[in-house]
Design a protein around this ligand. Structure first.
Ligand code: SF4
Length: 360
């Protein structure tokens, strides 16, 4: 363990740097655990610039636990549309129901109770408890891993269990118990603005005199990560089916990407397929069985959509039908101009935007 005075020195520098350099954001300087929770969940996988508007719209519509718990999950997902990682929105809604039932709608103050809510892990519980209640729990997110690994010259991989334990312990030692919220915000902001992943401005860093990575020339090497994310390809053939002025959607209920969002009927294939092959597939024939006129109107250009663990290659095929069969009747049948009411993936949204452009 480092000299405790070094810890105090580092924490003091971090907090004074923070006071001078922090961005002015609406979830800063508030102690409402609900709003802090929403902002933290949004910012988990989203950059501040993109997340800000979503945050403002979300807390305006769902101003507290009660409003969120009373809403329908479809509406919560609609407010999340475009942010990705939709399990975050589903868990927010689920946790608001847990707070309503178990805590009479009051956000819990006890760290272990906060940790038990859906979608809340160590990082989020520490953020809420320290920012809202100034409780002494150190946050460790990607920014903090980077700052700590560089400051203390730690080469243990941050995604190993040994590394997670080691970094959590150092973060906790570094935390001044009386200023937990301020210190946590400071170290995260320092990682986001000063000790950035590539080419940090070390020469103008207030911590360079104690930074091991700077001294040992390890800045570009740290932090060390073991695993590369495995990425697989998927091939989605969406059927934009028109029946008079109506179309059809289905809800993605399986535990898969975009769970509980809506989409056009989908035929997934093992590789990119030509329309002629798609029409001959069992799934296509099944979907349109018994319909006298099924006409392929057009096919979109192939679209490539990148998610964390998957690359989705998609094409949208516009089809008109002369009548309905059982299969189509089981789908969500809606007027074409009402698609907008449904929460859809960014991929679907991009296709719908291209449709509007081509019709205008
Ligand atoms: S000197 Fe460079 S690597 Fe070290 S804390 Fe400062 S910005 Fe980060």
């Amino acid at each position: 363990m480092e000299n405790p005075n070094t810890y105090i020195y580092i924490s003091n520098i971090l907090t004074s740097w923070y006071q001078a350099n922090k961005r002015d954001l609406p979830w800063r300087s508030i102690s409402d655990p609900y709003k802090i929770w929403i902002s933290e969940i949004i910012l988990q996988q989203t950059r501040v610039n993109q997340g800000l508007d979503y945050y403002l719209r979300f807390v305006e519509r769902f101003s507290g636990v009660k409003e969120l718990a009373e809403a329908n999950e479809d509406e919560v997902l609609k407010y999340w549309q475009g942010l990705g990682y939709y399990s975050r929105a589903r868990n927010l809604h689920k946790a608001s129901l847990q707070i309503s039932t178990k805590f009479e709608g009051n956000f819990p103050q006890n760290h272990s109770a906060v940790l038990q809510l859906s979608g809340i892990g160590d990082y989020t519980a520490a953020a809420i408890c320290s920012f809202a209640y100034n409780q002494p729990y150190a946050v460790v997110d990607g920014n903090v891993y980077r700052v700590l690994s560089r400051l203390f010259g730690i080469e243990t991989p941050i995604d190993s269990s040994k590394g997670k334990k080691e970094f959590a312990e150092i973060a906790q030692h570094l935390l001044p118990k009386s200023e937990s919220g301020l210190h946590n915000q400071a170290i995260m902001e320092f990682g986001a603005l000063q000790c950035i992943p590539a080419s940090p401005d070390c020469n103008n860093c207030p911590l360079k005199s104690v930074c091991q990575a700077f001294e040992l020339n390890l800045v570009t090497i740290l932090p060390i990560k073991l695993q590369k994310t495995k990425v697989s390809n998927r091939y989605f053939n969406y059927l934009f089916i028109k029946y008079n002025d109506e179309t059809f959607l289905q809800k993605r209920i399986a535990k898969d990407v975009w769970q509980n969002l809506y989409e056009f009927p989908l035929i997934e294939s093992d590789q990119l397929v030509e329309i002629t092959d798609l029409i001959e597939s069992e799934k296509f024939k099944n979907l349109f069985q018994g319909i006298s006129q099924v006409e392929i109107i057009k096919k979109s250009n192939p679209m490539k959509h990148i998610l964390t663990h998957r690359v989705i290659f998609a094409q949208f095929i516009t089809v008109t039908v002369s009548e309905l069969n059982n299969k189509l009747q089981k789908l969500v049948q809606i007027p074409l101009n009402e698609i907008d009411r449904f929460a859809v993936s960014r991929l679907m949204e991009l296709f719908l935007e291209s449709l509007i452009k081509s019709n205008s």
